[in-house]
Design a protein around this ligand. Sequence first.
Ligand code: ADP
Length: 789
Amino acid sequence: MTDFSTRAVSNNQHFTETEARFNALLKATSDVIYSFSPDWSEMRELDGRGFLKDTKGPTLNWKENNVHPEDLDLVNQTIELAIAEKKVFYLEHRVLRADGSPGWTISRAVPILDNDGEIIEWFGTASDITERKNAELQLVEARIKSDQQKRFYETVTSNTPDLMYVFDLEYRFTYANQALLTMWGKTWEDAIGKSLLENGYEPWHAEMHEREIDNIKENKQPIRGEVSFPHAVLGKRIYDYILTPVLDDRGEVEAIAGTTRDVTDRKRIEESLENSAKDLQAINEELAASNEELATSIEEVAMVNQELILAQDQVAESQLAFRLAVSAANFGTWFIHSTTREFITDARLKELFGYYEDEPLTIEDALAQITKEYRPFVASKLENAIYNNGDYDVTYPVVGLHDHRFRWLRAIGNLKVDSSGTFSAFTGVVMDITEQYLAEAEVKLAAENLSMAIEAAGLGTFQINAIDRTFVASAKLKEFFGFDPDDVVPYEAAINQIHPDYRQQVAELVELTINEGGRFDTEYPIIGNIDGKTRWVRAIGEMQQRNGKEYFTGVINEITEKKLDEIRKNDFIGMVSHELKTPLTSMKAYIQVLNYRLKNYEEEFVIKTLERADLQVNKMTTMINGFLNISRLESGKIDISLQNFDIAALLKEIEEETQGTISTHELLFSPSSEIFINADREKIAHVIHNLISNAVKYSAFGTKILINCDTLKDEVIVSVKDQGMGIRSSDAIHIFDRYYRVEGEHMHSISGFGIGLYLCAEIVKRHEGRIWLDSEYGVGSQFVFSLPI
Ligand code: ADP
């Protein structure tokens, strides 16, 4: 170029001559051709050659069009320098290419000088060096990058305790990291490019790796191994290594990279782990051995246990044998083999079935003796017991084969599996329960008969639980109360059907019986629930224990007819008594008048006869009054008029009265302080009079009669005690019944109708009191009544 420019300048004068040659040269070059004004402000011409845009006419804004903005300063400076020194312009810089994209050019321009040495024009060429420039830049970048990567790897490889290295195909180290160099005790310069042997490897070791490298070259597969050799500082160590092929872009092995790790410590841990595993296994083995021993001893224990069980069985068996022996007199025994059905029995069993002792007896023979109604039942029970271990406790009638005796037998059996497990033994006992069975049957029959009798008699039966008053009634009883036989009748519902006048009284009597026991016997009318009919019933009951529970049980029978008869009779008696009373009153009046008129009459007979007539009239009046009272009582016409009075004072009055009238007995009234009660004074007086007159009537002349009055809790208790004939307990239970009189020889001489005590009891009851009797036959009686205070 320098040559060219020099030549161009030196040939200035011959410009024209050479122009043709020059033009030809220009045409031949591929470079861009350009020319500028002397100060580069104006581009006169540019032939871009496809690289830069062609400029045909002179242009002033060439820098904007052609120069890359970032290199503009550089271009300007170089131009300035070239102008100042009138020297060649030479610069590599970036341009804007024809398509506007950035490119690189190398541009040269020479100044054309005139004769005075002044620049007339600049003339130059520029080549497209974009590709080369880009390649150069990439190269630089790649270098930077690889340097960077190398730094990274160096950092990594020199800081790891692992050994890292690269072999070339001739087994020479081309790389060794710091750890490896340290291990060798060498520097990079000493070690790199050297073979394994040269780096101090023992021959066997070097050969081993060389063989591995050959292998990798051939198979392109990594190899892993373990090796042990001495370390420069640490002594003998164990290493784990991996050799890996490094492939070039054609896939051929170009180097072998390796890493080696010191696994001595890991190995030691593994070893100790292995050792402890071995220890563990040894312990396990020992354990297993002792387990075995234990199992053996358990087995032994089990065996001992079994023996024990067997021994217990034997004991149980001998106990059974003992029991059998004890009751040998009564029990027959048998044994049945479950598979052979062999039937072994003792003499007693044969006897029970009517067989002789020396006669053979099969199961079927035995069954044949059972009455035919029971035979299938017993047979199926037996089979079920032997083959299904079913229960066997059966009672059946047997007719003996030879003796033809009828017996009720009870058989109880027990199935036991034989210790061999092959068959079962069904053994048991048979006993004669004929007597017991018949007795039970009789009782059952009697009970059945009784209930049939109750039914036949048209009696209703009931049962009341003492604790919760649960009420169970028979169909007949429900009928009495006007319910359907299927109705569930609670106790309260039954009570509600009782006539209101009697309801409370009956309910109280029930409670009294439940709480204090004794006999319950009462009559009352019921108004039927559905039919509304009035029925009179008599209820008799008592407390009974059943299954440890207390029940008030009894029967009820209908007495409507009888009751109506009685009522009619009462009405009649009442009417008759009333009618009799009028003439009797007149008769009494006449006798009194006569008595008065004959006061001074001498004849004693007449006087005496009149006195007797008066006495008889009095007796008759008492009797008729009794009848009247009774009919009044029955028809509810006796009224109780309550008043507050001192019963001690009443007794005092009675004492004075009796002192004048009764001389046959010794009446002893024990002293009493005042006791006020609320009662019908006249009626209570009547009760006491009645008891005293009975005591007089039924005890011997001159005996004592004790009258006592006391308080006990909230009651006043009055008693009349005599030393008379006494009353049997069989009579005592009826003594307060209406018209009841004790029957006996000396009773004929004592007149009475059996209504006195009945009236007394009614009066006391209407005062909510109680009346009772303590008596010993032949010794005396004590009648007692109580009234609430
Ligand atoms: P009556 O005396 O008119 O027969 P009661 O009703 O007074 O009637 O007596 C009923 C029966 O009780 C008597 O028939 C008698 O047998 C018996 N009785 C009553 N009181 C006594 C007594 N104190 N001792 C023995 N028996 C008695």
